[in-house]
Design a protein around this ligand. Sequence first.
Ligand SMILES: Cc1cc2nc3c(=O)[nH]c(=O)nc-3n(C[C@H](O)[C@H](O)[C@H](O)COP(=O)(O)OP(=O)(O)OC[C@H]3O[C@@H](n4cnc5c(N)ncnc54)[C@H](O)[C@@H]3O)c2cc1C
Length: 472
Amino acid sequence: MHDSEADNRKHWAIVGGGMLGMTLAYRLAQRGQRVTLLEAAPTLGGLASAWRLGDVTWDRFYHVTLLSDTHLHALLAEIGVEESMRWVETKTGFYSGGELYSMSNSVEFLRFPPLTLAEKLRLGATIFYASKLKNWKSLEKVSVESWLRRHSGAGVFEKIWLPLLKAKLGDAYRDTSAAFIWAHINRMYAARRSGLKKEMFGYVPGGYAAILDRLAETLRGAGVRIECDAPVHEAVAAEQGGVRVTYGGEPPRRFDNVVFTTPTPVISRALPDLTAGERERFDGVRYLGIVCASLLLKKPISKYYVTNITDAWVPLTAVIEMTTIVDREELGGHALVYLPKYVPSDDPLFEESDGSLRERWIGTLEKMYPHFSRDDVQAFQVCRARSVMALPTLGYSERLPPLQTSIPGVYAVNSAHILKGNLNVNETVQVADEAIAGVLAPALAAGQSPTTPTRPTRGDDAQAARELIARP
Ligand SMILES: Cc1cc2nc3c(=O)[nH]c(=O)nc-3n(C[C@H](O)[C@H](O)[C@H](O)COP(=O)(O)OP(=O)(O)OC[C@H]3O[C@@H](n4cnc5c(N)ncnc54)[C@H](O)[C@@H]3O)c2cc1C
């Protein structure tokens, strides 16, 4: 049916089989379009994909869902996995001055020794104020450092915010806008607001592998053709109309429309005919990457899902103990711990061998947790991703790459378009849903010839993108 000449539906290529590409492919298929999903890796899922670690299969990177993740819940309900979700109340730890503190409720916060009472009140007031702020655009104009110094004072900034910013962003915190911290605070606030004033995190038994399997099955059922091991090298306007796409080792193939969902460096490389202005915007997005180790342990190291770290000697962004949420039975009775370190895409950490990271990071755990021994480690594996999160720099939304490029039929709908949140699957699904209702709607509308889309005027596309995403 797919390649039959009688099939007159528009043919879309979705480039990138992560959660964004899969959601878009599903939504287009639901609207009667003919869809091919092209994924470079051997399996679907991108950052949400799973791997084999020792004798278990679980996410390469840690994932939890919040009660407030409404777009994701809707998708999970549609594919029939939402009702199997498990919800667990979580605890948060803080490693500061060589001590591990619990920071899971207001009483513990008030007891937290590194801050004076006045500093605690100021920190609490900053978080509360940020949670009430609606005009996030004004926060894009001010650096996260000056905003936090102004609201929390020098003491709180130096003792708490600065170490946390450095742990998450490295030196890139200097170029990051206050919208970054606003998005973080709002996500954590929303988690409590929609629940029982407790922090509840959820997961699907089987992890993201279970979600991805069901989603892939749903896509196939909806007629989507899925091609893995199919890296897209180039997309150019085809002479006969539409877009000529070169991928994998295949001869070029023509599609009516192509939507890239990959990080912007991939898009910039694959589109030789971008205008200079467009290329500047695509290449202007700065990404943070991640080097993240997964450890299977004989026993737990803490009771905290996240342990934030303020001590500069610790070379990690945080310690994540997944089995404070996921039932250990699911993981063969082991404890699963992640050691993430966010770094710029070109950081030398990407070149460090697994063996060297293992030695350094397990040594770090031994110093942080006196009861921890390297003999407890049953598996240690490192996953690296260079382009994970677009850095929300000053005035970021004014410099966004276009959602619709000047190449007819070629769109770039990726997570760099998350403006009002931090990177998470809910925002990713929302970007897909908004693109269907917004930038892709004209091509979807009946009656419009797919091979002759209106060429946007330069500037209009960026404006349209801003308006689409800035919608409340
Ligand atoms: C450490 C970490 C922790 C996280 N924790 C959470 C969490 O707790 N909760 C949550 O909701 N979210 C979390 N996230 C975020 C979540 O993983 C992402 O929001 C989501 O997976 C992004 O999906 P995506 O499709 O936009 O991007 P990706 O997953 O990056 O997908 C892009 C896809 O494009 C493919 N590709 C690249 N180049 C090409 C090419 N040339 N041709 C074809 N395909 C190509 C890639 O292989 C990839 O599969 C976390 C992410 C990380 C890294």
